[in-house]
Design a protein around this ligand. Structure first.
Ligand SMILES: NC(=O)c1ccc[n+]([C@@H]2O[C@H](COP(=O)([O-])OP(=O)(O)OC[C@H]3O[C@@H](n4cnc5c(N)ncnc54)[C@H](OP(=O)(O)O)[C@@H]3O)[C@@H](O)[C@H]2O)c1
Length: 292
């Protein structure tokens, strides 16, 4: 007799923020892994396009409008998805947006709006889906956080506050849900090339990057791809029953430097180090580079 029942064959998944970036990539991967997926976001046309692709690849998919800052919208999304695909076994909270204002220059209404989406939005989802999961004795909820919780960045004060709130809420939930079979997991991505921050103008982007470099927050310019983070989320929910990946931070790898011996150039170690910092293999911190 196993200590834990294995995951059921059919595990419907809800993904918020599915119209773009990490949410969209996660939906594609979960569908490819055989999960029926419900896509939720405000830009339903983008979700429909993604659903078409998933269907063509043989996946089962459902789309419904969703605004996580509205409790009624969350209720309608979850109910419609459960009606179409079955009760959710997997929920990924990926909806989010980002401003670039300094805390003291941000109107309190705009500060609160970011908390509404990232933190209260995640709570709306959790409070709607977790009671059913507890009753069934199983379920996976992945809350997408950010490495800003470990290393706060300038120009993101509301976002930093919201993500700290998400992780605090997640930890309390993990304690409250111990022994219920429901796994709350935090996935904490580092810089990822998505739609996030793409609305900033070039001047703001330049200023923000310079500030991050000044604070030692941009060690190299390589970004994760959305599908890299999605792969981690898919692994978290695929972890066998009896294990719980409570917090996973995902960072982009730096480019692999060629060993000095493999180059015909510098002979000494110090010359090699200098070349690595400035030579053709070195990434220039001049802006966003996908790096692969
Ligand atoms: N990109 C990064 O470097 C990075 C790093 C760490 C953590 N993250 C986190 O990763 C998650 C996904 O972001 P992303 O990077 O993939 O950015 P993205 O490409 O901009 O995607 C954000 C998604 O959230 C949705 N969304 C925004 N407001 C919403 C609302 N009120 N209701 C429902 N959906 C909403 C957007 O859809 P609609 O606009 O269509 O509603 C979109 O699908 C976020 O939680 C973000 O904080 C990102």
């Amino acid at each position: 007799m196993p200590r834990f029942e294995p995951h059921p064959q059919r595990r419907p998944a809800l993904v918020t923020g599915a119209s773009s970036g990490i949410g969209a990539a996660t939906a594609v991967l979960l569908a490819a892994a055989g999960h029926p997926v419900a896509l939720g976001a405000r830009r339903t046309d983008r979700c429909e396009d993604l659903a078409e692709t998933i269907r063509k690849d043989g996946g089962e998919v459902f789309t419904h409008p969703l605004d996580v800052s509205d409790s009624g919208s969350v209720e309608r999304f979850v109910s419609a998805a459960a009606g179409a695909l079955g009760e959710p076994e997997i929920v990924v909270s990926g909806a989010g947006d980002l401003g670039a204002e300094r805390v003291h220059e941000l109107a309190s209404e705009d500060f609160a709006a970011q908390l509404q989406v990232h933190l209260v939005g995640a709570h709306r989802l959790v409070s709607r889906v977790v009671p059913g999961m507890v009753a069934r004795g199983r379920g996976d909820v992945v809350l997408v956080s950010s490495d800003v919780v470990r290393a706060p960045r300038t120009r993101m004060g509301a976002y930093v506050a919201a993500k700290n709130g998400v992780e605090g809420m997640a930890r309390a939930l993990q304690m409250e849900l111990e022994g219920t079979g429901v796994r709350i997991s935090v996935v904490r991505p580092g810089p990822t090339m998505t739609g996030m921050g793409m609305g900033w103008d070039a001047e703001t982007t330049g200023e923000v990057l310079e500030e991050w470099v000044r604070w030692g927050l941009a060690r190299h310019p390589y970004f994760l791809r959305a599908e890299d983070v999605a792969a981690v989320i898919a692994a978290v929910v695929a972890a066998p029953r009896g294990t719980h990946l409570t917090l996973v931070e995902v960072q982009p790898e730096a480019a692999v430097a060629k060993p000095a011996a493999a180059r015909s150039g510098p002979a000494s170690a110090s010359e090699a180090a200098g070349a690595a910092a400035t030579g053709p293999d070195s990434p220039a911190v001049s802006g966003r580079e996908e790096g692969r």
